[in-house]
Design a protein around this ligand. Sequence first.
Ligand code: HPA
Length: 274
Amino acid sequence: MSEYLKQIKETASFLIENGFKEPVVGIVLGTGLSELIKLIETEKTIAYENIPNFPLSTVEFHKGNLVYGRISGVVVVAMQGRFHYYEGYTMQQITFPVRVMKEIGVKYLLLSNAAGGINPAYKKGDLILLDDHINLQPENPLRGLNLPEFGNRFPDMSQPYNKQLNQLLLNKASEQLTNLKKGIYAAVVGPNLETRAEYRYLRNIGADLVGMSTVPEVIVANQVGLPCACVSVITDECDPDNLQPVDISEIIAVAGKADKRLSQLFAAVISALG
Ligand code: HPA
């Protein structure tokens, strides 16, 4: 057995022994997004540092906790904080939690992130449902030895974001009178934000929004057959002809303003997945 596979199984066993039993929905909360945690009837919270083989979160504004509990009776496991390539992790480390979620029985994966709006119709605080993505990160989580247990060597990506989940998100958004637009997410490494020329380039190649995460997790979710969906919060407007300086505290503040809407949307979707 490869060391990586051994670690996945070891971590999964640890979590199951610690009560993370039969989760239905896995959740990854992005930068500045944590309200959903308050909607969970929490049964267990384990800091990443206390989970064997879990990478440690290095970004101080990302909490590193794995939370287990229920939303409307549906069992969820939520990552409060994720791992980014810019922090120096390998792609295998970044996507380790997704493989562990699959191993402990998660059936659906809901992802979120903060992203820059490239599409001029997007405004700060908008929620965007990912319809597709463009991977501009230089590494791939599937590179290297592929054991049959990891899934297909050449996963199909014709529909990386699950159609039924996306439809459910749109239906629930409409019930909640929450505006949910669709878009194509470009994944870059970061951690610097983009130049004007880079935003122009991203728009030219067909991206509607840009961020530094999510795509590796989505690739692995597709490989292991875990239906996934992602909602991004637009935290800055990336108009190359009128680009305003932005810093991370602003990005976090804008994400915080959209956090409640996003959390209510996820909670409604989760209750329908039980
Ligand atoms: N670019 C890349 N990542 C981001 C941005 C951005 O403008 N905003 C939030 N995350």
